[in-house]
Design a protein around this ligand. Structure first.
Ligand code: SAM
Length: 231
């Protein structure tokens, strides 16, 4: 039997492309955005009571990774992108029905809008449902996962001085913690694990309306070179 689902809203997030989005929520607390609810869920009744809740589960569609053929095995980036495991052993984006789930911080509520942080969702992501995080039920003391035991190791991120000044100035303009966002996202080393970066090669990503360019002076360190808005 097929079921149809209709999004309750869409996320407007700092992430304008998939590259450099953290692999799980909360890895970048400075990753913020707004869930814009669609009618009839944009009315105040739909979120009444949520003001007493610090975090919510979002169930969403990986709308930019939908498959036409089912996959039984996936190659998660965490395993270097060259080892495959069963799709149900992974939180990879390519999966049956393309459904993702993330626990995110609920910072503020307005009728029709939930302001969120710690996002790992692309701008425009359709959200199917929102549920309050229930600490006594959702925290599992002693839980284990041999494939994903700990958060990814962080690389040190440093700045060309002009880039840091540019980031600070765009942070003020956007009223967003842009310096922290860049450090938190790049520190997780977004480059594919199989690519050994030469110092000459530059990488780039767009966060909010800001282009960020960086390179790897050594394979284990990142230097932000430029932060600018495309004319
Ligand atoms: N926390 C969720 C989960 O476990 O279902 C998502 C985990 S998934 C590994 C996180 C990645 O999904 C991000 O790094 C980003 O590249 C990708 N992503 C986020 N939103 C997406 C979207 N709407 N469509 C396709 N890929 C998306």
């Amino acid at each position: 039997m097929a079921y149809s689902v209709v999004p309750v809203g869409h996320v407007r997030s700092c992430f304008k492309e998939k590259f450099a989005i953290p692999r799980q929520p909360a890895l970048a607390p400075a990753a913020r955005g707004c869930l814009e609810l669609s009618p009839p869920f944009d009315r105040a009744e739909a979120v009444q009571g949520l003001e007493g809740v610090s975090h919510v589960w979002l169930l969403f569609i990986f709308h930019q990774a939908l498959d036409t053929e089912p996959r039984l095995k996936v190659r998660p980036p965490r395993l270097g992108g060259n080892r495959s495991i069963g799709v149900f052993a992974s939180r990879a984006t390519h999966r049956p029905n393309g459904i993702g789930q993330s626990v995110v911080r609920l910072d503020r509520i307005e009728p029709g809008k939930l302001w969120l942080s710690g996002l790992d969702l692309l701008d425009g992501t359709p959200v199917l449902d929102i549920k309050p995080y229930v600490p006594y039920a959702d925290q599992v003391p002693g839980a284990t996962n041999a494939i994903a035991e700990a958060p990814p190791a962080l690389l040190p991120v440093d700045w060309a001085s002009a880039a840091l000044a540019e980031a600070r100035s765009h942070a003020l303009r956007l009223d967003e913690p842009l310096v922290a966002l860049i450090e938190q996202c790049l520190g997780q080393d977004p480059r594919p694990a199989y690519q050994v970066p030469s110092p000459e090669r530059t990488y780039g990503v767009k966060l909010w309306d800001v282009e960020v360019r960086w390179h790897y002076p050594t394979p284990a360190s990142i230097r932000v070179l430029e932060v600018f808005v495309q004319a």
